[in-house]
Design a protein around this ligand. Structure first.
Ligand SMILES: [Zn+2]
Length: 697
């Protein structure tokens, strides 16, 4: 009952509690967008392009009068001479040059009074002055947009579809069939929030920050493209899908949990592209989304599985058939179900997972997965699917600013994906294999990457604009494995139950909104104050120290066991039994602090756990503290960080064994060795970097 009540309370009270944004003091608001986009695909063997017209209905919910609007023209990144082309830290071959690509704006206008559809063809009716600087367009409004007002901006553009393999891309696969994974394809208004405009240039490394709203999209494509999938849902299925395809989708709906073959167009054979090929118009609608992406293919195989009101679609190529038909829909179902329980219900009616030439990228309701080539890539492909699907939570439903705070989506997502991964492959030995014979699982791998990066001296704070990291490696380490490990530490610090409630609160409070780093902190602190376990965190309600040291600093953590002494208690217990006094010194060797689990192991193999609250280190300058305990049995091993949940950079000093009792039986050797498995690696390898595990974004 308490659980139910508190959940309802969260839903109702969230907007009131958070009417004020902590960072700026300005009441929270967010702009609303409704795009109506219509694009015609101009087919060409080497340089396909689109011609688009669009209207943006833009509602100014801010307290400010706006005199201008900014738009992203992302594809200009691919134009020769773009800012991104020369960025030293971009995540692709530094010698490659961009050439063909980009968006040309034909006109921007704001319809005058009496505006009607016909006038769309005469945009000069309310032409607006605009300036384009690489990937950003600044549009001057001839009449200011007042608080609470809605305006309509009309634009038309010509865009060359980029085939450079970054997020939006295209290429050929089986028998000359083509695949277009199309994103960032329309002029998109920049976000205006409590911090003002966010006209961030698209450099390549950083991702996106976009407004929530709805989309009506119509795409005119040659009929040779048999499948078009997208964000949202298809609004005219009877006009574009054949009867058998529609009946297979209906069949899937009444047979939940069964993977259904919806279509198979793998018999496609290339024929010369003709300019006046017959076309058809695909119409889509989407609500409560922060972007709209689509994918067109000439030869997809299409599987679907329906569950809990959601159609899970897997679209792939003949070349990858064996792997995808066995794995894809199954992984999709598992990922959506698992994350829905842990991170909040998946809310859209469809999810499309498409094999494309983009290595791994996420958009609302649709994800792009790189081409599968079998063998070694199997594990990579499975993990990429789980990862990209996980982005439906962060940032698709919890719409953080990816450009400025990549860790809020990539790190959070890497964390939740760990559980999907473990559910699918098992908790242990589920990773790629390091070849060193050490413990080999995804979770440990992320800890290891984060610790090695700290030891290398190249660590940068996670809370940093993506494009400003010195290298892709530094960005990736701070954003993915480091932040994922930090979420494990947050759970460790808050306790499992409070952490689970924090996940629910963050979802109910920030779904379809724009959380900032302080909002993440506030959600955790609100839960901690309400229900934090006093035995675990004495500094109840205070987690700023945690968020500061793990996201804003590059402090290392290293606790060690110093003196460990066991002596028989001078007197017998009231029951007349022998007792033992333990005196143990814990040393703090680096700047970061954390609460500590301290475990004593006794001769009979049993253990007893003590908790050292973070307060013992927070408000002191102590670099060591001594604790005394009395036990009814004689302990011979003391261990800190037994669960390996701390990013402790030297795990070799986390155990102390009293030598008199060393390994009298083989099982004891196992017990002592186990915590050392992962521990030893950072020490042995020093600053040797592990194989890059996160090629996908
Ligand atoms: Zn990602």
């Amino acid at each position: 009952m308490r659980y139910l009540l508190s959940f309802v309370f969260c839903l109702i009270a969230a907007p009131i509690l958070h009417a004020q944004t902590a960072a700026t003091g300005i009441p929270y608001f967010q702009q609303h967008v409704h795009y109506t986009l219509s694009a015609t695909f101009n087919d060409d063997y080497t340089a396909p392009s689109i011609d688009g017209t669009g209207t943006l209905e833009y509602t100014n919910n801010s307290p400010d009068t706006l005199h201008e609007l900014y738009f992203h023209l992302y594809w200009n990144l691919f134009r020769s001479g773009s800012y991104g082309e020369s960025a030293p830290n971009r995540d692709h071959d530094p010698d490659s040059k961009y050439g063909r690509g980009g968006i040309d704006i034909n006109s921007v206008s704001r319809p005058v009074a009496g505006f009607n559809e016909e006038m769309l063809k005469m945009p000069e009716s309310g032409s607006l002055r605009y300036e384009i600087d690489n990937t950003i367009m600044r549009v001057y409004l001839h009449k200011p947009l007042l608080p609470g007002e809605t305006t309509t901006i009309y634009f038309d553009w010509h865009g060359i579809l980029p085939n450079y393999g970054i997020r939006s891309t295209w290429g050929w696969h089986d028998n000359g069939a083509r695949n277009f994974a199309t994103a960032q394809w329309y002029p998109q208004v920049c976000v205006y929030d409590n911090h003002g405009w966010h006209p961030d240039q698209y450099i390549g490394m950083g991702e996106f920050y976009t407004d929530y709203g709805s989309f009506d999209v119509s795409l005119t494509l040659p009929k040779r493209f048999s499948t078009v999938s997208s964000t949202g849902w298809l609004a005219n299925p009877s006009e574009v899908l054949s009867d058998p395809v529609r009946s297979q989708l209906d069949f899937a709906k009444v047979h939940p949990d069964s993977i259904v073959r919806v279509a198979d167009y793998s018999n496609f054979r290339y024929s010369t592209i003709s300019k006046d090929e017959p076309t058809r118009i695909w119409k889509f609608h989407a609500d409560s989304v922060r972007d709209f992406a689509w994918c067109a293919d000439e030869a997809y195989i299409w599987d679907a599985v329906y569950d809990n009101g959601i159609m899970h679609n897997a679209l792939y190529w003949d070349n990858s058939r064996d792997f995808w038909e066995k794995e894809a829909a199954k992984i999709e179902l598992l990922t959506i179900q698992t994350n829905s329980k842990f991170a909040g219900q998946y809310i859209y009616p469809n999810i499309f997972m498409c094999e494309t030439y983009e290595g791994g990228m996420e958009y609302p309701g649709i994800v792009f997965i790189g081409p599968y080539s079998n063998g070694e890539r199997e594990h990579w492909a499975q993990n990429t699917m789980m990862h990209e699907l996980g982005h439906q939570w962060y940032p698709m439903m919890m719409g953080s600013n990816e450009t400025d705070y990549g860790y809020m989506d990539e790190g959070f997502n890497t964390f939740i994906t760990t559980f999907v991964h473990e559910k699918y492959f098992g908790r242990w030995n589920n990773s790629y294999g390091t070849g060193l014979g050490f413990n080999d699982d995804e979770r440990t791998e992320n800890y290891r990457s984060a610790i090695l990066q700290q030891l290398s001296g190249n660590q940068e704070p996670a809370k940093q604009k993506a494009d400003e990291f010195l290298s892709y490696r530094d960005y990736a380490d701070a954003t993915y494995p480091h932040t994922s490990s930090v979420f494990f530490m947050l759970r460790y610090t808050m306790g499992d139950s409070a952490f689970a409630d924090f996940m629910k609160l963050y979802y109910s409070r920030w779904r379809f909104k724009h959380p900032y780093p302080d909002d993440l902190l506030n959600a955790a602190e609100d839960i901690e104050r309400r229900e934090g376990d006093t035995n675990r965190v004495r500094a109840r309600g205070d987690l700023r120290w945690f968020f500061n040291e793990w996201f804003e600093q590059t402090w290392k953590l290293d606790y060690a066991i110093g003196k460990f002494k066991v002596t028989p208690h001078p007197a017998l217990s009231p029951k007349g039994e022998r007792e033992y006094d333990v005196k143990i010194t814990i040393e703090r060797k680096e700047r970061a602090v954390m609460p500590l689990d301290l475990v004593f192991t006794f001769d009979d193999g049993t253990t007893e756990q003590k908790w050292i609250p973070v307060d013992d280190w927070l408000r002191t300058v102590a670099d060591e503290r001594t604790y005394t305990y009395t036990f009814s049995k004689e302990p011979f091993v003391a261990t800190i960080n037994p669960s390996l949940e701390l990013l402790d950079v030297d795990r070799l000093n986390n155990n102390k064994i009293l030598f008199a009792d060393l390994f009298p039986w083989p099982w004891m050797w196992f017990m002592v060795r186990k915590p050392y498995q992962a521990d030893a690696i950072p020490k042995i390898l020093g600053d040797v970097k592990p194989v890059d595990r996160y090629a996908s974004r």
